[in-house]
Design a protein around this ligand. Structure first.
Ligand SMILES: *Cc1c(COP(=O)(O)O)cnc(C)c1O
Length: 408
């Protein structure tokens, strides 16, 4: 996994502004003029490379950001969208038509789950949800009308890692597409290198990293991206989840520090996970040897970026979890908020927030317990100091007992 460096690929892109600026110019226009009417016709037909027509189709800044994200994921092309859900829904509605079938991991983002479970069936598109690393079950679930295997490389919120190499082999065997949401592990996992056909991100999270916008992207072959933008049949063109140019400009600037940020998120999360585990807390982090997918993740990742910024902690009950989160917020250790990838630590109780779309019994079957807190660990400069303060909060709320704590 060494030979490909997304960070180098992104660094090697060179965009100048209209007046030689070091950042590309923002084209603040929804529509574009043509010198000849014939060129306008050709552009509509998709035959005028480099010509812009209308910004729902494409705009210069969205193409810059898309190109950089295609470099990130080592795909031919990419297309940015107004949100992660805008990317997910466009891709699924492009690939699946009435009568088709999806095989999906059951541990996925709540919104994606709700879309497949509640929205797509009215278009006669049905989904089988299962444990995505149970390959026997996955292969059994594949029907003649199955078009897609869908998963997250590192899943939300349980941090289960999907074996993308094996899933890709299954997809190739059955001539279906592997679609991977890589939101939790940008840079550290490159799904396309492991055989994914389409890679999706919510840019809202680590990639933008400043919690000031929502955004999304899907990356794939040039042919697939063109299909989604086709003026007659393209899901993204016709559903219209277009990112604004001003926003794509700001996301592109934030993307430039992603490699530095991911290392710090991972370093801090690893530090806390090790200490919490040592204290006897029920912590889950793919970087821990005790995590069931630790070796799998190691075999798939670019090690320099670590195991990511997310960890979960089981506080036992919802009440205990809430008490701890409120106290940590009071102590300014982070914010009680959903989302992830911010400079500051964010924590939320998954069962009652981002996974609340999943019915209670199903949550229990997946292992999302009521007291499960998901942490997105921030960029804290002195993580030891953060740990000491967090430990105080755990002791105060009784999640940690003085007796059980090991001398460190
Ligand atoms: C947040 C998130 C999404 C949805 O993205 P939005 O930008 O909120 O639309 C999809 N997948 C995962 C894994 C996420 O964390």
């Amino acid at each position: 996994m060494k030979e490909f460096s997304a960070a180098n690929e992104i660094q090697d892109l060179q965009y100048f502004g209209e007046f030689g600026g070091v950042n590309p110019s923002i084209s603040d226009s929804s529509t574009y003029t043509f010198l000849s009417a014939k060129t306008m016709f050709d552009t509509f037909e998709g035959n005028a490379e480099g010509c812009y027509l209308y910004s729902r189709h494409s705009s210069p800044m969205n193409l810059y950001l898309s190109e950089a994200l295609a470099k990130l994921e080592n795909t031919e092309s990419a297309n940015v969208t107004a949100s992660g859900m805008g990317a997910i829904t466009s891709v699924l509605m492009q690939v699946c038509k009435s009568g088709d079938h999806i095989v999906s991991s059951r541990t996925i983002y709540g919104g994606t789950y709700a879309f497949m479970k509640n929205f797509l069936p009215s278009f006669q598109i049905n989904t089988t949800f299962l444990d995505i690393n149970n390959f026997e079950a996955v292969e059994k679930a594949i029907q003649p009308n199955t078009k897609v295997i869908y998963c997250e490389s590192v899943s939300n919120p349980l941090l289960e890692v999907a074996d993308l190499r094996t899933l890709s082999a299954l997809c190739k065997k059955h001539h279906i597409k592997l679609i991977v949401d890589n939101t939790f592990s940008p840079l550290s996992i490159s799904p396309a290198l492991l055989g994914a056909d389409i890679v999706i991100h919510s840019l809202t999270k680590f990639i933008n990293g400043s919690s000031d916008t929502v955004g999304g992207v899907y990356c794939g072959t040039q042919e697939f991206i063109n299909d989604t933008k086709n003026v007659n049949t393209g899901a993204c063109m016709l559903l219209g989840p277009t990112m604004d140019s001003l926003r794509s400009s700001s996301i592109l600037k934030n993307l430039r520090t992603l490699h530095i940020r991911m290392k710090q998120h991972s370093h801090n999360a690893m530090y806390l996970a090790e200490r919490f585990e040592n204290d006897g807390l029920k912590v889950s982090y793919p970087g821990l040897r005790s995590h069931k997918n630790h070796e799998l993740m190691k075999s798939m990742m670019h090690e320099e970026y670590g195991f990511g910024g997310l960890l979960t902690l089981d506080a036992g009950t919802t009440d205990k979890a809430n008490e701890l989160m409120e106290l940590m917020q009071q102590e300014n250790l982070g914010y009680l908020a959903v989302s992830l990838g911010f400079y500051k630590t964010l924590f939320s109780c998954s069962g009652s927030s981002t996974s609340s779309e999943i019915p209670e019994e199903e949550r229990a079957a997946m292992g999302i317990s009521d007291g499960l807190i998901r942490f997105s660990i921030g960029l804290d400069h002195d993580i030891r100091r953060t740990y000491e303060k967090m430990k105080e909060c755990m002791l105060k709320t009784g999640i940690l007992n003085h007796e059980t704590i090991s001398i460190s």
